[in-house]
Design a binder for this molecule. Structure first.
Ligand code: HEM
Length: 604
């Protein structure tokens, strides 16, 4: 047998045997790793056999690409959830399983597990890291739990109360714009575009006390936040953009860096300015004085925050948290609001009932503003928002990585190392959790009807230790914006049905377009539809005052969808105004109609 010689490397026999030894150790280590990995993988596959699996594309690709982030993909998920009500396994390629859970009992086990046992899986969010740093959304371990404790007071209702004024102001600016656009005849609006700008405006005021007037004129900072969100979404979707070393060499990467720098510089300068203007009496006294006049913004609260040992947050920590609030708070709330307006446009009877509730609340008040104490006085409007968050949850899925075997209530085990997806969309659309899940029915959230419902059947803000810290902020803003919008505008569908698009948040392809019509300030809007401004004619039906008529509504024109809306208030009759109908292209010919017990008058 030929001798193994390493003399060509200039090594003597001793060195050669040393190299040989190292080589042997290396190969054995590698073999051992492969063995351990194979055994672990086999064990994972064995455990996961207990979970149903939809048909794969093939053994290599698994389910890759089967559920794209499109309308069709969401419909497939809805079907999967109907077929496998507890959850199912999918494979991203030959060796990466994902366990998707979509039933409250299963979801509970994961979301209530400690953050150490089921930490957040950052695969979904990793491209946000250079922008958001170690803020709450992305951090983990001790840092996260320390910061979570320190930041919780920032969302105390005493702090949130002072933001209600800001929400009123920001929505007033948006409405002034809508009125201008409507008077110019272009009241078809992409809700995402308008509302995102408004939620960013509010957040910039709440986080930094900074008014960039971004709803009226372009703002560098706000444009940078919007650009960063768009670039992260694009990078998530295109596998060719995933590698950091390549991304930084292409124009998208340069733009990302430029926008990141701009956003960080802005946040840093606010923090520095706040520290610089500290008067001699010190930070605490200044902030307490500010708190008294109700101008405490998030930066102030973060500067004040101390942990159990009296340790403050560093400037870098404060920047990460402030940037995180800007990101996590704007698109999510905008999505929630855009979809609730869409749902109310499709259900004019619910829209009108909300409007009556708001009018009743603000009847004797001038100017018409929503105050903190009003928020509990809008029960139906709150039900409408919740039902919309169920049907169109802004965050459709969240992920966790199991750091140890997790036993589900039925005894099945999710093995250590596996990534678990909590399908918020799936849970909300599961027929075994919500009967007729595709129907928009706010009465599901009538307190009378929720007694039997699991708290984990409705999880738009997630649940457990890593739930959304900003949920009360978001609900407050959504109530203020929706109440004032319905008071001032009628919202109508604008043509084709939108196609849902689940990106980082749930959007609509090409925007979510709705038609808005300004209403007069009075208790009801007596104007007939303007034939010139609308290609889709309206129907008006008069119904004697009778509250039970509002739901369900009569269907005076048979199969015409979304035709009827309740209207007039006061002591007079209820009016029911139709959404767009397409009986005839010729608008506004009064036509008597009879619908069961109700006399009706229509314009076709
Ligand atoms: C309708 C509006 C909102 C929805 C639907 C929503 C939803 C969520 C969800 C599902 C999570 C969990 C994410 C995960 O586990 O990966 C989350 C976390 C978070 N949200 Fe929200 N959110 C909304 C508004 C806000 C607002 C207004 C803020 C701040 C001003 C905010 C700040 C955060 C933060 C900081 C986290 C991370 C919490 C942690 O891990 O400790 N969110 N949100």
């Amino acid at each position: 047998m030929p001798q193994l010689s390493l003399s060509w490397l200039g090594l003597g026999p001793v060195a050669a045997s040393l190299w040989l030894f190292l080589l042997l150790v290396g190969v054995s280590w590698l073999l051992a790793r492969i063995l351990v990995w194979t055994y672990t993988f086999y064990d994972i596959v064995r455990c996961l056999r207990c979970f149903p699996q939809p048909p794969k594309r093939n053994w290599f690709l698994g389910h890759l690409g089967l559920f794209p982030p499109t309308e069709e993909g969401l419909r497939d998920v809805t079907q999967l959830v109907a077929n496998y009500p507890q959850g199912f396994v999918t494979w991203m390629g030959p060796v990466m399983p994902l366990v998707t859970l979509c039933h409250p009992d299963m979801v509970r086990t994961i979301v209530s597990a400690s953050a150490a046992i089921a930490p957040k899986d950052v695969v979904f969010y990793r491209f946000l890291k250079p922008w958001l740093g170690d803020g709450l959304l992305l951090s983990g371990g001790d840092k996260w739990s320390r910061h979570r404790r320190m930041l919780t007071p920032a969302f105390h209702f005493n702090i949130l109360k002072s933001y209600v004024r800001i929400f009123n102001d920001s929505v007033n600016i948006m409405h002034a714009k809508w009125k201008r656009l409507a008077s110019e005849g272009s009241a078809h609006l992409d809700m995402f575009e308008h509302i995102s700008l408004m939620t960013l405006d509010s957040l910039q005021k709440c986080v930094f006390s900074f008014d960039s007037n971004c709803q009226e004129k372009p703002s560098e900072y706000i444009s940078a936040v919007l650009e960063l969100s768009a670039l992260v979404t694009k990078r998530n979707q295109q596998i060719t953009l995933h590698m950091d070393s390549l991304y930084h060499l292409i124009p998208d990467g340069w733009r990302f860096h430029r926008a990141c720098r701009l956003v960080h510089d802005f946040t840093d300068s606010v923090i520095q300015e706040r520290r610089r203007t500290l008067p001699d009496q010190g930070l605490d006294d200044l902030l307490k004085a500010k708190a008294k006049v109700k101008t405490l913004d998030f930066i102030d609260v973060l500067l004040l925050a101390k942990d159990e040992d009296g340790k403050e947050l560093s400037d870098e920590d404060i920047r990460a948290e402030a940037d995180t609030f800007m990101f996590a708070g704007h698109d999510t709330t905008a999505s929630g609001l855009a979809w609730v307006l869409y749902n109310l446009a499709r259900h004019p009877e619910h829209q009108e009932r909300c409007r009556q509730e708001v009018r009743e609340l603000l009847r004797d008040r001038e100017p018409k503003e929503i105050e903190w104490d009003d928020l509990a006085q809008l029960p139906f409007l709150t039900m409408c928002i919740k039902e919309s968050l169920r049907l169109h949850p802004p965050v459709t899925v969240i992920s966790r990585r199991c750091t140890q075997d997790i036993v589900l209530p039925d005894g099945r085990i999710i093995p250590k190392g596996v990534i678990c997806l909590i399908s918020i969309f799936g849970t909300h659309h599961s027929p075994s959790v919500w009967p007729d899940p595709e129907v928009y029915d706010p009465f599901r959230f009538d307190p009378e009807n929720t007694k039997e419902t699991s708290p984990l059947a409705f999880i738009p803000f997630s649940a457990g230790p890593r739930n959304c810290i900003g949920q009360t902020f978001a609900m407050t803003e959504m109530k203020v914006v929706l109440a004032l919008t319905l008071l001032r505008f009628r919202v109508l569908p604008a043509g084709e049905e939108p196609r849902r698009k689940p990106e980082l948040i749930l959007r609509a392809e090409g925007g979510l377009w709705l038609r808005v019509e300004p209403l007069s300030a009075g208790p009801h809007d007596p104007r007939p539809p303007d034939p010139g401004s609308t290609p889709t004619p309206h129907l008006t039906v008069q119904i004697p005052r009778n509250k039970s008529v509002l739901s369900p509504l009569p269907q005076p024109i048979g199969s015409q969808q979304g035709a009827v809306v309740a209207a007039e208030d006061g002591e007079g009759p209820w009016w029911v105004e139709a959404g767009p109908v397409s009986l005839s292209p010729t608008p506004c010919l009064p036509l008597p109609l009879t619908t069961g017990p109700h006399a009706a008058r229509g314009f076709f």
